[in-house]
Design a protein around this ligand. Structure first.
Ligand SMILES: Cc1cc2nc3c(=O)[nH]c(=O)nc-3n(C[C@H](O)[C@H](O)[C@H](O)COP(=O)(O)OP(=O)(O)OC[C@H]3O[C@@H](n4cnc5c(N)ncnc54)[C@H](O)[C@@H]3O)c2cc1C
Length: 333
């Protein structure tokens, strides 16, 4: 349903809605896919997952960073979370976005912030730092920063979006780095990215297989798609890929039973745990990916207390989202 997808991607890019949502806190079911906004709630979540044999990668939410002060604050929050993971002896690492470190207005500032994070990571058991990929127009910045840092640090990696025609070349460029393989979450034009689910799925599987056979570091297979997971498990078996060369990843709050089942089968498993107040844009992207995720918020919307408690601003947000629920349902019919 491209219209629904475009609609939610559009909402995710609204700085007004993001700012507003940040003020009122997680709602519409977002609290089921974000691990709270206190270090205590985050630590509790990680402990619970670690006890099930699952490691985590934490994303301190926040993309609409427009001042140096905000970028430094984001960097400090990331280091605070890294310290909590280390101090509580938890099994986890970090996922960061260059945009939250200032890349949209000062790429050198983002580089310096990330370098400081990596220097700290070396004090915290060489914690891995993953650079999440964002919209295509930020890809050049990511590779530029990565190329500057990968000689100095071994614990930095990034994400390959299989919908990009360029994904194949990026895999060839970074065999020595730890890479996360995803289908891709943003809206990109057909001049740079595959558009149909079939093309994206085919490229995704092809690239994971290529990477598993050739890489010199861990490949994270990040998907909720059980067909892809079943296929890759068989590929791993047929090609005797060693266990420490790959892991599966999923997002916190999605397909938890399947995640626990795969971890229980003995595969390395990592959950991507979003944390903090800046929940809106992340949540809208999840709705864009899978309109069925609307069910997460549908029950919440029906609670009269939700609107009463949060006033007119939340009412506006609720109206926007409620409209989309209806549009989604109508289009499904
Ligand atoms: C850990 C992680 C990190 C990510 N990091 C990035 C990043 O840095 N940059 C980026 O662009 N994108 C990132 N993504 C998002 C990714 O690009 C996809 O947009 C997202 O994962 C949806 O695609 P999918 O592979 O899960 O499968 P989809 O194509 O969305 O789903 C395929 C099939 O899987 C099943 N399925 C999926 N979800 C569910 C569910 N909740 N319940 C039941 N069945 C379900 C359905 O049968 C569905 O048809 C990340 C995703 C993960 C899991």
């Amino acid at each position: 349903m491209p219209i629904v997808k475009d609609f939610f991607i559009g909402l995710s890019n609204s700085s007004f809605l993001n700012k507003t949502a940040k003020e009122i806190g997680p709602m519409f079911g977002a609290n089921k896919v974000v691990a709270g906004n206190t270090i205590k709630s985050l630590v509790d979540t990680i402990e619970r997952l670690n006890q099930k044999g699952i490691t985590v990668t934490v994303d301190c939410l926040g993309e609409f960073v427009v001042t140096e002060g905000e970028a430094i604050q984001a960097k400090d929050q990331i280091i605070e979370v890294m310290y909590a993971i280390y101090n509580h002896n938890l099994d986890g690492h970090m996922s960061v976005k260059l945009s939250q470190l200032g890349s949209e207005f000062d790429i050198d500032l983002a580089y310096r912030n990330l370098r400081e994070i990596l220097l700290k990571a070396n004090e915290f058991n060489n914690m891995h730092i993953n650079i999440d990929t964002e919209k295509y127009d930020s890809l050049f910045d990511i590779t530029q920063v990565l190329d500057r840092l990968k000689g100095e640090f071994r614990n930095v990696g990034t994400v390959i979006q299989a919908y990009l025609y360029k994904a194949d070349a990026l895999i060839d460029k970074y065999p020595e780095l730890r890479l996360r393989m995803v289908k891709g979450a943003y809206k990109e034009s057909d001049s740079i990215a595959y558009q149909t689910k079939e093309e994206i799925d085919d490229n995704y599987i092809r690239l994971i297989e290529k990477r598993l056979l050739n890489a010199k570091n861990v490949t994270s297979i990040a998907t909720h798609d059980d067909k892809v997971i079943t296929h890759i498990k068989q590929f791993i078996k047929d090609n005797n890929i060693e266990k420490d060369r790959y892991e599966f990843q999923m997002l916190y709050g999605f397909r938890s039973e399947l995640a626990e089942q795969i971890a229980g089968e003995g595969y390395n498993f990592c959950i991507y745990v979003p944390y903090g107040d800046d929940w809106f844009s992340y949540f809208m992207r999840r709705l864009a990916e899978r309109p069925q995720n609307l069910n997460l918020m549908f029950k919440e919307l029906l609670k009269p207390t939700v609107l009463k408690k949060t006033g007119i601003v939340a009412g506006t947000l609720a109206a926007v989202v409620a409209t989309s629920v209806l549009v989604g349902r109508l289009l499904k019919k």
